[in-house]
Design a protein around this ligand. Structure first.
Ligand SMILES: O=C(CO)[C@H](O)[C@H](O)COP(=O)(O)O
Length: 221
């Protein structure tokens, strides 16, 4: 039996196969993305650099001597590699456990291919069954947005004491019925004061690499 950590390392290594030489890549946030950064360091001379989805990721990339580039100064990224809090067989995701969902969504959108890496515990039949949905909100709109999320059937909890890299707040929404992720992603983003939500349904992953006891399982749609 492999530990969750060993499974993360397994998929982090496997993701290196998707790194094309002489390109700029996007890098996500979290413990699985950190494993990937540590692996990426071994081939850092082969890439031009990386765009980070958070300050924490930028710091870790820099600590390995990997050049961190501004998204506005580069064209389309070849790939985006990141973890997830939940993933379905359609490769739709919940992200934002680390609070970096908005920048993650931007970097994913700017990438030709999204390689999601996770241990197999993240695979679910329907989003929202195990994990809450993080929503980034403009601070003054927190209570208003929370009331609208209740109308959508959710139970929002303020992630008190946490500020995103964009200077905003996070509402973690429990008990949402996410049977129609595309519709819900749009509905939540239509609430004034919402910056982004952690549903990756309109921009799902292109490849999901899952760490299992029997090796890396690859899912594509
Ligand atoms: O969305 C994220 C951060 O905002 C992470 O990808 C997600 O929380 C998974 O993290 P980990 O790899 O530590 O399980």
């Amino acid at each position: 039996m492999l530990t969750a950590e060993e499974k993360k390392q397994q998929v982090a290594k496997a993701a290196l196969e998707y790194v094309e030489p002489n390109t700029v890549i996007g890098v996500g946030t979290g413990s699985t993305a950190n494993c990937f950064i540590d692996e990426l360091a071994k081939m850092k001379s082969q890439i031009e650099g990386a765009v980070a989805s958070s300050q924490a990721t930028a710091d870790r990339l820099k600590s390995h001597g990997i050049p961190v580039l501004n998204l506005n100064g580069v064209g389309e990224l070849s790939i985006y590699v990141d973890g997830a809090d939940e993933a379905t067989h359609l490769l739709q995701l919940i992200k934002g456990g680390g609070g970096a969902l908005t920048r993650e969504k931007i970097v994913a959108a700017a990438s030709a291919k999204f390689i999601c890496i996770a241990d197999e515990s993240k695979l679910v039949n329907q989003l929202g069954q195990k994990f809450y949905l993080p929503v980034e909100v403009i601070p003054m709109a927190r209570s208003y947005v929370a009331r609208q999320l209740v109308k959508l059937g959710g139970n929002p909890m303020w992630r008190e004491g946490f500020t995103t890299d964009n200077g905003n707040m996070i509402l973690d929404v429990y008990n949402l019925n996410i049977s129609e992720p595309l519709k819900l992603e749009t509905a939540i983003n239509s609430i004034v004061g919402v910056v982004e939500n952690g549903l990756f349904a309109h921009r799902p992953a292109d490849v999901l690499l899952l760490g299992t006891d029997n090796g890396v399982k690859k899912l594509v749609v």
